[in-house]
Design a protein around this ligand. Structure first.
Ligand SMILES: Cc1cc2nc3c(=O)[nH]c(=O)nc-3n(C[C@H](O)[C@H](O)[C@H](O)COP(=O)(O)OP(=O)(O)OC[C@H]3O[C@@H](n4cnc5c(N)ncnc54)[C@H](O)[C@@H]3O)c2cc1C
Length: 471
Protein backbone atom coordinates (compact mmCIF):
# COMPACT_ATOMS: atom_id res chain seq x y z
CA UNK A 1 0.00 0.00 0.00
CA UNK A 2 1.58 3.37 -0.98
CA UNK A 3 2.30 5.72 1.87
CA UNK A 4 -0.11 8.61 2.42
CA UNK A 5 1.09 12.23 2.91
CA UNK A 6 -0.67 15.50 3.60
CA UNK A 7 1.44 17.20 0.95
CA UNK A 8 3.54 15.86 -1.92
CA UNK A 9 5.79 18.56 -3.35
CA UNK A 10 7.73 18.15 -6.60
CA UNK A 11 11.05 19.98 -7.03
CA UNK A 12 13.15 22.18 -4.74
CA UNK A 13 13.58 25.38 -6.80
CA UNK A 14 12.14 28.82 -6.02
CA UNK A 15 8.48 27.84 -6.36
CA UNK A 16 8.66 24.69 -4.24
CA UNK A 17 10.89 26.23 -1.57
CA UNK A 18 8.82 29.41 -1.12
CA UNK A 19 5.66 27.30 -0.99
CA UNK A 20 7.14 24.94 1.57
CA UNK A 21 8.43 27.76 3.76
CA UNK A 22 4.93 29.29 3.93
CA UNK A 23 3.15 25.92 4.25
CA UNK A 24 5.22 24.84 7.25
CA UNK A 25 4.43 28.07 9.09
CA UNK A 26 0.79 26.95 9.45
CA UNK A 27 1.10 23.15 9.30
CA UNK A 28 0.34 21.05 12.39
CA UNK A 29 3.06 19.09 14.20
CA UNK A 30 1.64 15.85 12.82
CA UNK A 31 1.72 17.00 9.16
CA UNK A 32 3.56 14.73 6.75
CA UNK A 33 5.25 16.07 3.63
CA UNK A 34 7.03 14.18 0.87
CA UNK A 35 9.41 16.15 -1.34
CA UNK A 36 10.46 14.51 -4.61
CA UNK A 37 13.55 16.01 -6.25
CA UNK A 38 14.89 14.62 -9.50
CA UNK A 39 18.46 15.81 -8.90
CA UNK A 40 20.95 15.50 -6.04
CA UNK A 41 22.38 17.95 -3.53
CA UNK A 42 25.41 19.47 -5.27
CA UNK A 43 26.75 21.90 -2.70
CA UNK A 44 28.11 25.32 -3.57
CA UNK A 45 31.70 24.14 -2.90
CA UNK A 46 31.16 21.21 -5.29
CA UNK A 47 29.81 23.59 -7.96
CA UNK A 48 32.80 25.93 -7.66
CA UNK A 49 35.25 23.03 -7.79
CA UNK A 50 33.56 21.39 -10.80
CA UNK A 51 32.55 24.61 -12.58
CA UNK A 52 29.00 23.39 -13.07
CA UNK A 53 25.77 23.64 -11.14
CA UNK A 54 24.61 20.04 -11.19
CA UNK A 55 25.90 16.48 -11.32
CA UNK A 56 22.78 15.46 -13.28
CA UNK A 57 23.90 13.65 -16.44
CA UNK A 58 20.66 12.58 -18.14
CA UNK A 59 18.65 14.11 -20.95
CA UNK A 60 15.65 15.89 -19.44
CA UNK A 61 14.38 17.60 -22.58
CA UNK A 62 14.95 17.42 -26.32
CA UNK A 63 14.54 20.52 -28.49
CA UNK A 64 12.97 19.88 -31.88
CA UNK A 65 13.87 23.31 -33.27
CA UNK A 66 17.29 23.96 -31.86
CA UNK A 67 16.05 26.56 -29.38
CA UNK A 68 17.95 26.58 -26.10
CA UNK A 69 16.09 26.25 -22.77
CA UNK A 70 18.26 26.44 -19.65
CA UNK A 71 17.48 25.11 -16.17
CA UNK A 72 19.19 23.17 -13.39
CA UNK A 73 18.17 19.71 -12.23
CA UNK A 74 19.24 19.47 -8.60
CA UNK A 75 18.53 20.70 -5.10
CA UNK A 76 17.66 24.42 -5.35
CA UNK A 77 16.92 24.20 -9.10
CA UNK A 78 17.65 27.38 -11.07
CA UNK A 79 18.62 29.33 -7.94
CA UNK A 80 22.05 27.72 -8.24
CA UNK A 81 22.62 29.22 -11.65
CA UNK A 82 20.46 32.33 -11.87
CA UNK A 83 21.94 35.77 -12.18
CA UNK A 84 19.60 37.17 -9.47
CA UNK A 85 18.18 40.21 -11.33
CA UNK A 86 14.85 40.83 -9.61
CA UNK A 87 12.63 43.53 -11.12
CA UNK A 88 8.92 43.47 -10.37
CA UNK A 89 6.53 43.56 -13.29
CA UNK A 90 4.91 46.96 -13.88
CA UNK A 91 1.21 47.41 -13.05
CA UNK A 92 0.54 47.79 -16.81
CA UNK A 93 2.13 44.37 -17.50
CA UNK A 94 -0.88 42.76 -15.83
CA UNK A 95 -3.34 44.56 -18.16
CA UNK A 96 -1.85 44.66 -21.67
CA UNK A 97 -5.11 43.55 -23.33
CA UNK A 98 -7.09 46.38 -21.72
CA UNK A 99 -4.39 49.01 -22.15
CA UNK A 100 -2.85 48.09 -25.50
CA UNK A 101 -5.11 45.46 -27.08
CA UNK A 102 -2.28 42.90 -26.95
CA UNK A 103 -1.96 39.53 -25.18
CA UNK A 104 -4.16 38.65 -22.21
CA UNK A 105 -4.93 40.46 -18.98
CA UNK A 106 -3.78 38.58 -15.92
CA UNK A 107 -6.52 37.32 -13.60
CA UNK A 108 -4.97 39.38 -10.78
CA UNK A 109 -3.44 42.82 -10.70
CA UNK A 110 -0.31 44.46 -9.34
CA UNK A 111 -2.03 45.73 -6.16
CA UNK A 112 -3.11 42.21 -5.21
CA UNK A 113 0.40 40.84 -5.72
CA UNK A 114 2.27 43.77 -4.12
CA UNK A 115 2.33 42.41 -0.50
CA UNK A 116 3.68 39.10 -1.82
CA UNK A 117 6.37 40.92 -3.81
CA UNK A 118 7.34 42.57 -0.51
CA UNK A 119 7.55 39.20 1.23
CA UNK A 120 9.53 37.52 -1.58
CA UNK A 121 11.99 40.43 -1.58
CA UNK A 122 12.36 40.06 2.17
CA UNK A 123 12.99 36.30 1.93
CA UNK A 124 15.70 36.89 -0.68
CA UNK A 125 17.12 40.05 1.01
CA UNK A 126 16.86 41.95 -2.26
CA UNK A 127 19.00 45.04 -2.72
CA UNK A 128 17.37 47.93 -4.58
CA UNK A 129 16.76 51.67 -4.76
CA UNK A 130 14.30 53.30 -2.37
CA UNK A 131 14.37 56.88 -3.63
CA UNK A 132 12.98 56.22 -7.10
CA UNK A 133 11.34 53.13 -8.55
CA UNK A 134 9.49 52.24 -11.76
CA UNK A 135 6.82 50.32 -9.80
CA UNK A 136 4.79 51.48 -6.79
CA UNK A 137 6.32 50.36 -3.48
CA UNK A 138 5.07 50.72 0.04
CA UNK A 139 8.11 49.27 1.82
CA UNK A 140 11.83 49.85 1.41
CA UNK A 141 14.00 47.14 -0.09
CA UNK A 142 15.64 44.96 2.57
CA UNK A 143 19.11 46.01 1.36
CA UNK A 144 20.45 49.30 -0.04
CA UNK A 145 21.13 49.50 -3.79
CA UNK A 146 24.43 48.59 -5.41
CA UNK A 147 26.85 51.32 -6.47
CA UNK A 148 26.33 52.52 -10.04
CA UNK A 149 28.88 53.06 -12.80
CA UNK A 150 29.80 56.47 -14.26
CA UNK A 151 27.78 55.95 -17.49
CA UNK A 152 24.79 54.91 -15.39
CA UNK A 153 25.04 58.10 -13.34
CA UNK A 154 24.75 60.08 -16.58
CA UNK A 155 21.76 58.02 -17.73
CA UNK A 156 20.02 58.39 -14.34
CA UNK A 157 20.49 62.17 -14.51
CA UNK A 158 19.09 62.33 -18.05
CA UNK A 159 16.19 59.92 -17.38
CA UNK A 160 15.13 60.50 -13.76
CA UNK A 161 11.78 58.76 -14.36
CA UNK A 162 13.15 55.86 -16.37
CA UNK A 163 16.67 54.86 -15.33
CA UNK A 164 17.29 53.17 -11.97
CA UNK A 165 19.70 50.97 -10.07
CA UNK A 166 18.85 47.34 -10.60
CA UNK A 167 17.08 45.42 -7.82
CA UNK A 168 18.97 42.19 -7.22
CA UNK A 169 19.48 39.13 -5.05
CA UNK A 170 23.27 39.66 -5.25
CA UNK A 171 23.93 40.88 -1.72
CA UNK A 172 24.94 44.51 -1.17
CA UNK A 173 25.47 43.72 2.50
CA UNK A 174 26.34 40.36 4.00
CA UNK A 175 23.49 38.35 5.55
CA UNK A 176 23.70 35.45 8.01
CA UNK A 177 23.78 33.10 4.99
CA UNK A 178 26.09 34.88 2.53
CA UNK A 179 28.71 37.60 2.12
CA UNK A 180 28.56 40.85 0.12
CA UNK A 181 28.80 40.54 -3.69
CA UNK A 182 32.41 40.63 -4.95
CA UNK A 183 31.45 42.03 -8.41
CA UNK A 184 33.53 39.41 -10.21
CA UNK A 185 30.81 39.10 -12.86
CA UNK A 186 30.70 35.29 -12.69
CA UNK A 187 27.26 34.97 -11.14
CA UNK A 188 26.13 31.65 -12.63
CA UNK A 189 28.59 30.04 -10.24
CA UNK A 190 29.11 32.78 -7.68
CA UNK A 191 32.66 32.21 -6.37
CA UNK A 192 31.79 33.45 -2.86
CA UNK A 193 28.13 32.36 -2.59
CA UNK A 194 26.83 35.95 -2.37
CA UNK A 195 23.65 35.71 -4.47
CA UNK A 196 20.45 34.27 -3.01
CA UNK A 197 20.09 30.54 -3.54
CA UNK A 198 17.81 27.98 -1.96
CA UNK A 199 20.95 26.30 -0.62
CA UNK A 200 22.29 29.33 1.24
CA UNK A 201 19.04 30.84 2.57
CA UNK A 202 16.23 28.27 2.50
CA UNK A 203 17.83 24.82 2.89
CA UNK A 204 16.68 24.82 6.53
CA UNK A 205 13.05 24.31 5.50
CA UNK A 206 13.96 20.88 4.12
CA UNK A 207 15.40 19.85 7.50
CA UNK A 208 12.03 20.14 9.19
CA UNK A 209 11.15 16.83 10.94
CA UNK A 210 7.75 16.76 9.19
CA UNK A 211 9.44 16.34 5.80
CA UNK A 212 10.84 13.34 3.96
CA UNK A 213 12.99 14.28 0.97
CA UNK A 214 13.73 11.76 -1.78
CA UNK A 215 16.58 12.74 -4.10
CA UNK A 216 17.16 11.21 -7.52
CA UNK A 217 13.36 10.86 -7.67
CA UNK A 218 11.88 11.76 -11.06
CA UNK A 219 8.16 12.32 -10.90
CA UNK A 220 6.66 10.72 -13.97
CA UNK A 221 2.92 11.28 -13.56
CA UNK A 222 0.05 11.96 -11.22
CA UNK A 223 -3.02 9.72 -10.91
CA UNK A 224 -6.59 10.92 -10.39
CA UNK A 225 -9.75 9.55 -8.80
CA UNK A 226 -13.11 11.13 -8.00
CA UNK A 227 -12.11 14.54 -9.38
CA UNK A 228 -8.93 14.80 -7.31
CA UNK A 229 -5.28 14.00 -7.80
CA UNK A 230 -4.60 11.16 -5.37
CA UNK A 231 -1.32 9.54 -6.45
CA UNK A 232 2.15 10.63 -7.53
CA UNK A 233 4.24 8.18 -9.52
CA UNK A 234 7.99 8.49 -9.40
CA UNK A 235 11.05 6.61 -10.53
CA UNK A 236 14.58 6.21 -9.22
CA UNK A 237 17.29 4.13 -10.90
CA UNK A 238 14.66 2.32 -12.98
CA UNK A 239 12.57 1.42 -9.93
CA UNK A 240 8.94 2.61 -9.88
CA UNK A 241 7.32 4.06 -6.76
CA UNK A 242 4.07 5.71 -5.85
CA UNK A 243 2.80 7.82 -2.98
CA UNK A 244 -0.62 9.17 -2.10
CA UNK A 245 -1.23 12.80 -1.20
CA UNK A 246 -4.08 15.02 0.01
CA UNK A 247 -2.49 17.99 -1.72
CA UNK A 248 -0.08 17.76 -4.67
CA UNK A 249 2.12 20.69 -5.65
CA UNK A 250 4.18 20.71 -8.84
CA UNK A 251 7.20 23.04 -8.82
CA UNK A 252 9.26 21.39 -11.54
CA UNK A 253 9.29 24.53 -13.81
CA UNK A 254 7.37 25.38 -16.98
CA UNK A 255 8.93 22.58 -19.04
CA UNK A 256 8.52 19.75 -16.60
CA UNK A 257 5.23 20.68 -14.91
CA UNK A 258 3.59 20.52 -18.33
CA UNK A 259 5.48 17.34 -19.20
CA UNK A 260 4.30 15.60 -16.02
CA UNK A 261 0.68 16.59 -16.70
CA UNK A 262 0.89 15.46 -20.35
CA UNK A 263 2.35 12.13 -19.24
CA UNK A 264 -0.52 11.82 -16.78
CA UNK A 265 -2.97 11.95 -19.68
CA UNK A 266 -4.26 15.44 -18.84
CA UNK A 267 -5.94 16.96 -21.79
CA UNK A 268 -6.57 20.67 -22.24
CA UNK A 269 -6.18 22.69 -25.44
CA UNK A 270 -3.77 25.09 -23.66
CA UNK A 271 -1.67 22.50 -21.78
CA UNK A 272 1.95 22.64 -22.93
CA UNK A 273 1.20 25.60 -25.26
CA UNK A 274 2.44 29.22 -25.26
CA UNK A 275 6.02 28.27 -24.32
CA UNK A 276 8.06 31.46 -24.50
CA UNK A 277 10.69 33.74 -23.03
CA UNK A 278 11.99 37.24 -23.65
CA UNK A 279 14.31 38.00 -26.56
CA UNK A 280 17.57 39.77 -25.72
CA UNK A 281 20.12 41.65 -27.79
CA UNK A 282 23.45 43.03 -26.56
CA UNK A 283 24.79 46.39 -27.63
CA UNK A 284 28.37 47.60 -27.02
CA UNK A 285 28.66 51.36 -26.63
CA UNK A 286 32.22 52.66 -27.12
CA UNK A 287 32.70 55.77 -24.99
CA UNK A 288 34.80 58.81 -25.69
CA UNK A 289 36.87 59.60 -22.61
CA UNK A 290 34.48 58.16 -19.97
CA UNK A 291 35.67 55.22 -17.86
CA UNK A 292 33.19 52.49 -16.86
CA UNK A 293 33.12 49.71 -14.19
CA UNK A 294 32.79 51.57 -10.88
CA UNK A 295 29.76 49.48 -9.83
CA UNK A 296 29.55 47.01 -6.94
CA UNK A 297 27.88 44.07 -8.71
CA UNK A 298 27.63 42.53 -12.18
CA UNK A 299 24.48 44.23 -13.52
CA UNK A 300 23.92 47.65 -11.98
CA UNK A 301 21.41 49.60 -14.08
CA UNK A 302 17.84 49.21 -15.33
CA UNK A 303 16.39 51.36 -18.09
CA UNK A 304 12.65 51.69 -18.69
CA UNK A 305 12.93 54.21 -21.54
CA UNK A 306 11.58 51.69 -24.10
CA UNK A 307 9.48 49.58 -21.74
CA UNK A 308 5.97 50.95 -21.31
CA UNK A 309 3.72 53.25 -23.30
CA UNK A 310 1.49 53.43 -26.33
CA UNK A 311 4.16 51.87 -28.55
CA UNK A 312 3.15 48.55 -26.95
CA UNK A 313 0.02 48.60 -29.09
CA UNK A 314 2.26 47.94 -32.07
CA UNK A 315 5.60 46.58 -30.89
CA UNK A 316 7.16 44.88 -27.89
CA UNK A 317 8.26 46.78 -24.80
CA UNK A 318 11.88 46.44 -23.75
CA UNK A 319 13.79 46.42 -20.46
CA UNK A 320 17.38 47.66 -20.62
CA UNK A 321 20.14 46.21 -18.44
CA UNK A 322 23.50 47.93 -18.09
CA UNK A 323 26.47 45.78 -17.13
CA UNK A 324 29.40 46.30 -14.82
CA UNK A 325 31.17 43.06 -15.79
CA UNK A 326 34.71 44.14 -16.65
CA UNK A 327 34.78 43.14 -20.33
CA UNK A 328 37.48 45.55 -21.48
CA UNK A 329 37.97 47.34 -24.77
CA UNK A 330 41.06 46.47 -26.84
CA UNK A 331 42.41 50.03 -27.07
CA UNK A 332 45.49 51.08 -25.16
CA UNK A 333 44.73 53.49 -22.27
CA UNK A 334 41.01 53.26 -23.11
CA UNK A 335 40.36 49.77 -21.69
CA UNK A 336 37.42 50.93 -19.59
CA UNK A 337 35.73 53.19 -22.15
CA UNK A 338 33.00 50.75 -23.13
CA UNK A 339 29.48 50.01 -21.85
CA UNK A 340 27.62 46.76 -22.43
CA UNK A 341 23.85 47.08 -22.55
CA UNK A 342 21.24 44.40 -23.01
CA UNK A 343 17.84 45.15 -24.57
CA UNK A 344 15.31 42.56 -23.41
CA UNK A 345 12.02 42.41 -25.34
CA UNK A 346 8.73 40.95 -24.25
CA UNK A 347 7.13 38.25 -26.40
CA UNK A 348 3.51 37.64 -27.23
CA UNK A 349 2.99 33.93 -26.38
CA UNK A 350 2.29 31.77 -29.43
CA UNK A 351 0.34 28.51 -29.23
CA UNK A 352 2.62 26.95 -31.88
CA UNK A 353 5.51 27.00 -29.35
CA UNK A 354 5.00 24.12 -26.95
CA UNK A 355 6.06 21.19 -24.80
CA UNK A 356 5.05 17.77 -26.07
CA UNK A 357 5.62 14.15 -25.25
CA UNK A 358 8.45 12.68 -27.27
CA UNK A 359 6.92 9.99 -29.47
CA UNK A 360 9.69 7.39 -28.98
CA UNK A 361 10.48 8.10 -25.34
CA UNK A 362 7.87 9.88 -23.29
CA UNK A 363 10.23 10.22 -20.32
CA UNK A 364 11.82 13.13 -22.22
CA UNK A 365 10.01 16.45 -22.61
CA UNK A 366 10.11 17.60 -26.21
CA UNK A 367 10.11 21.34 -26.91
CA UNK A 368 8.86 22.73 -30.19
CA UNK A 369 9.72 26.37 -30.86
CA UNK A 370 8.78 27.88 -34.18
CA UNK A 371 9.84 31.40 -33.33
CA UNK A 372 8.89 34.47 -31.36
CA UNK A 373 6.06 36.81 -32.35
CA UNK A 374 6.02 39.49 -35.07
CA UNK A 375 5.23 41.87 -32.22
CA UNK A 376 8.65 41.16 -30.71
CA UNK A 377 10.33 41.40 -34.10
CA UNK A 378 8.87 44.88 -34.60
CA UNK A 379 10.31 45.93 -31.23
CA UNK A 380 13.74 44.59 -32.23
CA UNK A 381 13.54 46.27 -35.64
CA UNK A 382 12.98 49.69 -34.06
CA UNK A 383 16.14 49.60 -31.93
CA UNK A 384 18.78 50.79 -34.38
CA UNK A 385 16.92 54.02 -35.12
CA UNK A 386 16.19 54.62 -31.40
CA UNK A 387 19.76 54.25 -30.13
CA UNK A 388 21.36 57.61 -31.12
CA UNK A 389 18.72 59.64 -29.27
CA UNK A 390 18.50 57.19 -26.38
CA UNK A 391 22.26 57.28 -25.81
CA UNK A 392 22.66 61.03 -26.39
CA UNK A 393 23.39 61.65 -22.66
CA UNK A 394 26.60 59.57 -23.02
CA UNK A 395 29.79 60.59 -24.85
CA UNK A 396 29.31 57.97 -27.55
CA UNK A 397 32.13 57.22 -29.96
CA UNK A 398 30.43 54.30 -31.73
CA UNK A 399 27.69 51.71 -31.22
CA UNK A 400 27.88 48.03 -32.07
CA UNK A 401 24.56 46.12 -32.17
CA UNK A 402 25.18 42.43 -31.68
CA UNK A 403 23.12 39.35 -32.71
CA UNK A 404 20.17 37.98 -30.76
CA UNK A 405 20.93 35.94 -27.66
CA UNK A 406 20.15 32.23 -27.91
CA UNK A 407 18.19 32.43 -24.66
CA UNK A 408 17.41 34.70 -21.72
CA UNK A 409 17.38 31.52 -19.56
CA UNK A 410 13.72 32.01 -18.64
CA UNK A 411 10.92 29.50 -19.29
CA UNK A 412 7.38 30.90 -19.42
CA UNK A 413 3.93 29.61 -20.42
CA UNK A 414 2.65 25.98 -20.82
CA UNK A 415 0.13 26.01 -17.91
CA UNK A 416 -1.52 29.40 -18.34
CA UNK A 417 -3.73 30.79 -15.56
CA UNK A 418 -7.01 32.63 -16.07
CA UNK A 419 -10.62 32.89 -14.98
CA UNK A 420 -12.08 30.90 -17.88
CA UNK A 421 -11.43 27.13 -17.61
CA UNK A 422 -11.81 26.82 -21.39
CA UNK A 423 -8.98 29.28 -22.04
CA UNK A 424 -6.68 28.43 -19.15
CA UNK A 425 -5.30 25.42 -17.28
CA UNK A 426 -5.05 27.03 -13.83
CA UNK A 427 -7.11 29.52 -11.88
CA UNK A 428 -5.81 32.80 -10.43
CA UNK A 429 -4.40 30.91 -7.41
CA UNK A 430 -2.56 28.40 -9.60
CA UNK A 431 -4.97 25.63 -8.68
CA UNK A 432 -5.87 23.32 -11.55
CA UNK A 433 -9.34 24.24 -12.80
CA UNK A 434 -10.51 20.62 -12.72
CA UNK A 435 -8.43 18.93 -10.00
CA UNK A 436 -8.79 21.28 -7.06
CA UNK A 437 -6.09 19.69 -4.87
CA UNK A 438 -3.41 20.17 -7.55
CA UNK A 439 -1.32 23.33 -7.45
CA UNK A 440 1.00 24.04 -10.39
CA UNK A 441 3.61 26.65 -9.49
CA UNK A 442 6.16 28.67 -11.44
CA UNK A 443 6.26 30.93 -14.49
CA UNK A 444 4.33 28.36 -16.55
CA UNK A 445 1.20 30.13 -15.29
CA UNK A 446 2.12 33.55 -16.76
CA UNK A 447 -0.53 34.69 -19.27
CA UNK A 448 1.96 37.08 -20.92
CA UNK A 449 5.73 37.38 -21.18
CA UNK A 450 6.60 40.89 -19.97
CA UNK A 451 10.15 42.23 -20.40
CA UNK A 452 10.92 41.81 -16.67
CA UNK A 453 12.83 38.74 -15.46
CA UNK A 454 10.25 36.29 -14.10
CA UNK A 455 11.60 34.78 -10.89
CA UNK A 456 10.62 37.44 -8.37
CA UNK A 457 7.10 37.41 -9.85
CA UNK A 458 6.81 33.61 -9.78
CA UNK A 459 8.03 33.62 -6.18
CA UNK A 460 5.45 36.27 -5.21
CA UNK A 461 2.73 34.32 -7.04
CA UNK A 462 3.74 31.21 -5.10
CA UNK A 463 3.32 33.03 -1.79
CA UNK A 464 -0.02 34.42 -3.02
CA UNK A 465 -1.17 30.88 -3.94
CA UNK A 466 0.01 29.46 -0.60
CA UNK A 467 -1.77 32.20 1.34
CA UNK A 468 -5.04 31.51 -0.44
CA UNK A 469 -4.79 27.77 0.03
CA UNK A 470 -3.90 27.97 3.71
CA UNK A 471 -6.56 30.57 4.43
C1 LIG B 1 21.86 31.15 -16.34
C2 LIG B 1 20.53 31.58 -15.76
C3 LIG B 1 20.36 32.89 -15.31
C4 LIG B 1 19.12 33.30 -14.80
N1 LIG B 1 19.01 34.56 -14.31
C5 LIG B 1 17.82 34.99 -13.84
C6 LIG B 1 17.69 36.31 -13.33
O1 LIG B 1 18.64 37.07 -13.24
N2 LIG B 1 16.46 36.72 -12.92
C7 LIG B 1 15.37 35.91 -13.00
O2 LIG B 1 14.27 36.35 -12.66
N3 LIG B 1 15.48 34.62 -13.44
C8 LIG B 1 16.67 34.15 -13.85
N4 LIG B 1 16.80 32.86 -14.30
C9 LIG B 1 15.60 32.01 -14.34
C10 LIG B 1 15.33 31.31 -13.01
O3 LIG B 1 16.38 30.45 -12.70
C11 LIG B 1 14.02 30.52 -13.13
O4 LIG B 1 12.98 31.43 -13.44
C12 LIG B 1 13.67 29.81 -11.84
O5 LIG B 1 14.69 28.93 -11.46
C13 LIG B 1 12.39 29.01 -11.97
O6 LIG B 1 12.03 28.56 -10.69
P1 LIG B 1 11.13 27.27 -10.45
O7 LIG B 1 11.11 27.01 -9.00
O8 LIG B 1 9.84 27.43 -11.16
O9 LIG B 1 11.87 26.09 -11.23
P2 LIG B 1 13.36 25.56 -11.10
O10 LIG B 1 14.20 26.51 -10.36
O11 LIG B 1 13.77 25.16 -12.47
O12 LIG B 1 13.20 24.28 -10.19
C14 LIG B 1 12.60 23.10 -10.66
C15 LIG B 1 12.93 21.96 -9.71
O13 LIG B 1 12.21 20.79 -10.07
C16 LIG B 1 13.10 19.67 -10.19
N5 LIG B 1 12.50 18.77 -11.17
C17 LIG B 1 12.36 18.97 -12.50
N6 LIG B 1 11.69 17.94 -13.05
C18 LIG B 1 11.38 17.08 -12.05
C19 LIG B 1 10.69 15.84 -11.98
N7 LIG B 1 10.14 15.27 -13.06
N8 LIG B 1 10.58 15.22 -10.78
C20 LIG B 1 11.13 15.77 -9.66
N9 LIG B 1 11.79 16.94 -9.67
C21 LIG B 1 11.90 17.60 -10.84
C22 LIG B 1 14.42 20.30 -10.57
O14 LIG B 1 15.52 19.47 -10.27
C23 LIG B 1 14.41 21.58 -9.72
O15 LIG B 1 14.78 21.34 -8.40
C24 LIG B 1 18.03 32.40 -14.76
C25 LIG B 1 18.20 31.07 -15.17
C26 LIG B 1 19.45 30.65 -15.65
C27 LIG B 1 19.60 29.22 -16.09
Amino acid sequence: MPQQYDLILVGTGFASSFFLARYLESAAESTSVLVLERGRVDRHSWQVENLRNSSFEGEAHRARNNKEWVYVIGFGGGSNRWWACTPRMLPSDFRTRTLYGVGRDWPLDYEELAPFYDRAEELMSISGPNDRSPFPRTRPYPQPPHLPTAPEELLARAYPEAFFRQPTGRARRGTSGRPRCCASGTCSICPIDAKFTVQNELAHVYHDPRITVEYGAQVTAVGTAAGLVDTVHWERDGELHEARGELVVLGANALFNAHILLRSGFDHPMLGKRLCEQVGRNVAVYLDGLDNFQGSTSVTGHGYMLYDGDHRRDRAGCLIETFNIPTLRCDKNRWRQVLRMKFIYEDEPQERNRVELNKEDDSVAETVYEGFSDYTQRGLDALEAQLPELLAPLPVESIEIRGLNQTEAHIIGTTVMGDDPKESVLDRHQLHHEYRNLLVLGSGCFPTCAPANPTLTLSALTLHAAEHLLA
